[in-house]
Design a protein around this ligand. Structure first.
Ligand code: BG6
Ligand code: MG
Length: 219
């Protein structure tokens, strides 16, 4: 089908329920440093790269660390995070996601991944959906993190579809802003009061029916 738009999915908190594990791992690190991070603060970390997340968190805790310590904290947070998601398989796809991916695959509608995570590829492999994406763009492929639109612009290139014909599913404020700045249609997955700049809002994929997908992908 070449008369359709292209779809770009964020990963964490959209396809798979890893967002809570990022939070738990950052929170454990903060607790070890003697402070806490709230769920509200965590909203500002969603979609944000590992480096920027740590900078932000250390700022909240009024902590200054050496470059070496910064690297150590990032590595140990990632180790903790990976341990928490180690046993992930295709049963960990968020509810309703499989139905949409199956529809897109069956109807030859291309989709790509646009994620800030440097762990995206192994996660997609674990979920057994890696080969279904026409393009995968993750934290290893970009120089500018969300809310910069770079990740989605590269994903559109991989799809071979103009930016204005791409639709982005995102659960983060930074990601919705990146999609909007890329000139794409943004669909917020989560709290609509938080993702208020999205073009469409859904609490999760169970709220998205195939008629809606058919409507938005039509050129
Ligand atoms: C984003 C998450 O998808 O990826 C953030 O929303 C995370 O919470 C970022 O910090 C980077 O992920 P990773 O896996 O490279 O540490
Ligand atoms: Mg996300």
């Amino acid at each position: 089908m070449n008369n359709t738009k292209g779809i770009i999915f964020d990963l964490d908190g959209v396809i798979v329920d890893t967002a809570k594990f990022h939070y738990l791992a950052w929170r454990k690190m903060a607790n070890d440093l003697g402070f806490d991070i709230t769920l509200e603060q965590n909203e500002q970390l969603k979609g944000v790269s590992r480096v920027h997340s740590l900078q932000q968190i250390l700022g909240w805790g009024n902590k200054t660390v050496t470059e070496e310590e910064f690297e150590r904290l990032m590595a140990s947070k990632n180790e903790d995070y990976l341990a928490r998601i180690a046993h992930m398989d295709d049963s960990d796809l968020l509810p309703g996601v499989k139905k949409v991916l199956d529809y897109l695959t069956k109807n030859d509608i291309s989709f790509a991944l646009g994620s800030a995570s440097r762990n995206a590829r192994p996660i997609l492999k674990g979920l057994k959906i890696e080969t279904r994406f026409k393009g995968i763009v993750d934290g290893n492929d970009v120089t500018k993190a969300k809310p910069n639109p770079e990740v989605f612009l590269i994903a559109a290139e991989k799809l071979g579809i103009a930016s204005e014909d791409c639709i982005v599913f995102e659960d983060s404020v930074a990601g919705v802003e990146a999609a909007n700045r890329a000139g794409m249609i943004s669909i917020g997955i989560g709290d609509k009061n938080i993702l208020k700049d999205a073009d469409y809002n859904f609490a999760d994929f169970t709220e998205i029916n195939i008629e809606f997908v058919q409507k938005i992908v039509r050129k």
